[in-house]
Design a protein around this ligand. Sequence first.
Ligand code: WTA
Length: 650
Amino acid sequence: MANTQEIVSVLTESRVFPPPEDFSRRAHIRSMQDYQRLWDEAAKDPDKYWGDRAREELYWKEPFQTVLDWKPPHARWFVEGKTNLAYNCLDRHLPKLKDKPAILFEGEPGDRRAITYGELSQQVNRLANGLKSLGVKKGDRVGIYLPMVPEAAVAMLACARLGAVHSVVFGGFSAEALQDRMKDAGAKVLLTADGGWRKGAVVPLMKNVEAALPNAPSIEKVIVLTRTGDGKLPEGPKFVAWDALVKGQSDTCEPEWVESEHPLFILYTSGSTGKPKGVLHTTAGYAVNASLTTRWVFDLRDDDVYWCTADVGWVTGHTYVVYGPLMNGVTTIIYEGAPTQPGPDRFWDIIERYKATILYTAPTAIRAFMRLGDGPVKQHDLSSLRLLGSVGEPINPEAWMWYRDVIGGGRCPIVDTWWQTETGGIMVSPLPGATPTKPGSATFPLPGIHAEILDRDGKRVPKGQGGLLFVTKPWPSMLRTVYGDPERYVNTYFSELPGMYFTGDGARTDADGYVWLMGRVDDVVNVAGHRLGTAEVESALVAHPKVSEAAVVGRPDDLKGTALVAFVTLKQGNAPSEALKKELAVHVGKEIGAIARPDEIRFAEGLPKTRSGKIMRRLLRDVAAGKQSSQDTTTLEDLNVLAALRQTDE
Ligand code: WTA
């Protein structure tokens, strides 16, 4: 991990944008004084603050007795309480919102469906009853590998209704990635589709599932939604058609009232080893913060048409496409496909037609649109928008300004929201009616969130200086463990400074106390908004028969934020060639998914190592970025190796 002295900030940004007055007037939190008051209350008496929030946000079948039981690093929140998240997303709204659209769906080919809260509730209950008929019960793990269609939300909610633990796998992941995750989770049932639409082509989900099944022995049944094909199922007793399963099922299903700490989902995410971690979230704490942060950060109103463009395969899709918006009873847009299909204006077309009021997307998408110029945006009336959000990586001020001026017409506040799979919900973000924003800064921690920038000894770093971002006190939506590997939970997150959650990010505060995220300090990279572990890509590469060793690092990239550069040494008897580069890229795509394909592969005679044999990644990062290294190279095993790597630059 990086030394804090090495986290050097180069950004200087002095523009400040106060919230528009008419926005503040109607906002949930209207001023910095209000924010500060909430922050102070939460800091002074966290039990009262979170206890009050929990009672306000959720319906409790049985009240909790204890707000927090904290035995570092293990937290239990809202102990003895019982609730059900599907009930909180659906049933409790029905008296008022039965006919209100919950989901406005648009498929990539242009098919459209509006699903009301009443209809969504019926679909969830039918599927829950169908799952029950297959023997799914409380605590069972259920895999979900679906395109961005409403059934993905239906599947998640049906699991939550039964107390089954869902594990969603992003549809862009390969058969290998799917099988590893299903095996690790011990999933009993997998919900999938024949395919999904992306860039005018079919993503072959079913084919991947068939390839994964022989190595995922826990899966007893595969439920197949027809999305792209003719409804024909693969041969074999494991396959059940979604339609046939739900047909004739009752549209009521008594929710399973689960205890607060009952597991809700496992979501695999990259870390600094080759094996993704199963981040485990539990029910009530996650739900309280998902509901609260969605309402405050997006300043929700009843008539909002809210669009978060994330895929349900990532945590943003869990918290801000499905659970947060539905708990708040708003209308949410789900779009299946690629942002530029069939033309560069698809997003703007959707916003205009549905009169979307809130758009929450990723910097990499914003930069891609920026490249396409203002033309496609100008063809559409985006005056319905009133708030913009950004997530996934630091947003560069230039993209922030374009987002504000061209998409937001200069009138919409931007919320740059910092959080992680592990935090369950937004942690550092402006509150749009209160916080004056600065382009590129996530501004301040939300009330109750103790995000602090410390050095390795746990001392606060002075303003302006880079440090490591920790969360020094527990919060309700924090991950509870790494599924099946409790030691890894402790080692990864709580071993830098005992009892404090280490985020893996570097950050600094400026003279006004604004938080500026500075990227990962571990071997995790954010490529085009997707979180990847360089070690995962390395282990995929060395699994290729011609590869001897591989080191993968990130290099700054204008579009993707970070691009992947792989340094590869070959086994004897193999010669470097362009064809082999292609072969390796395809191989990584097969092992993990297209998102993990290196942008550049460089063959090398050897990799720079310390005397103890550790690959010197920071040095390679400099080489990849074309920088002369300022690194101390005295521990290098072989300086010639470095010189040789540089030469491959030419
Ligand atoms: C990065 C996505 C800067 C960060 C919700 C974090 C950000 C990782 C921001 C988590 C932001 C996310 N500004 N960096 N607004 N949001 N990140 O788990 O490095 O896919 O650690 O969760 O994304 O990625 P994950």
